[in-house]
Design a protein around this ligand. Structure first.
Ligand code: C5P
Length: 228
């Protein structure tokens, strides 16, 4: 299981300070909507220039028509990032178009399909998708698997079911992690590190419990110790 640290801070300089403080740890860093909209591709270039060996996960959760998705995915790949996301509910045609376009690149990133945001509980999910959360997540994950994506974004609670419905090699990436009983914030389907391990999560994503801590480095250390 690998740790992705979300770089969701208010200022680019704060993200850079956080990055530098985590030097030497075997982690991934996640650039999401806030940082990418504010700091753009320059931020990705800067992370690479600082050269701490962190793999880069660009979490833009693409959702559009197939041609636009494929074009956008190609632009992500040109940034030379290691992992990216799209929404499984954008459909099979869009996911296939993305994978076809990325397949023609020399070093395609891993592609993960968001099944259901971890901020949804089953009631909210039902009200949006008009389907039970657990069943529909498996349907979305199966669609992503059939389109040859690398894995699904889900909560810890669905990780095992997704692997069972697809294949053990189909990766799961689980946000909504609260390692040491921190506040859930806006996350609804949460779990701790032991839960993630038990659920066979391949990647865990953690933001606020790390970057809002008084000593983020110490929290990362404790998380990595638990992951072992
Ligand atoms: O601060 P927290 O640990 O809740 O952050 C989780 C991170 O994972 C955020 O950057 C959020 O955008 C991202 N994420 C998520 N749920 C998903 C996909 C991504 O929380 N389904």
């Amino acid at each position: 299981m690998q740790l992705c640290v979300a770089l969701d801070l208010e200022e680019k300089s704060q993200n850079i300070d956080l990055l530098k403080s985590l030097k030497g740890f075997p982690i991934w860093v996640k650039v999401g909507l806030r940082s990418y909209i504010r700091d753009g591709r320059d931020f990705i270039e800067e992370i690479k220039k600082i050269d701490l060996g962190f793999k880069i996960f660009l979490d833009l959760k693409l959702y559009d028509i197939p041609n636009t998705m494929a074009d956008a995915a190609l632009e992500c790949a040109k940034l030379n990032i290691d992992m990216m996301t799209l929404h499984a509910s954008s459909g099979k045609n869009a996911m296939m178009a993305v994978m076809e376009r990325l397949g023609a690149t020399s070093k395609p990133p891993l592609v993960f399909a968001v099944s259901a945001l971890t901020s949804f509980d089953s009631q909210e999910f039902q009200s949006i998708y008009n389907a039970p959360l657990n069943d529909h997540i498996q349907t979305l994950a199966k669609m992503a698997f059939e389109c040859n994506l690398d894995g699904a974004v889900c909560s810890v609670h669905e990780s095992k079911y997704i692997k069972k419905a697809t294949d053990p090699s189909f990766l799961t990436l689980t946000p909504g992690i609260r390692p040491f009983s921190e506040n859930n914030d806006d996350q609804k389907r949460v779990a701790d590190i032991d839960g993630a391990k038990e659920a066979l999560s391949d990647f865990i994503v953690i933001g606020r419990p790390i970057y809002k801590a008084t000593n983020p480095k110490e929290v990362v250390e404790r998380i990595l110790e638990k992951i072992k």
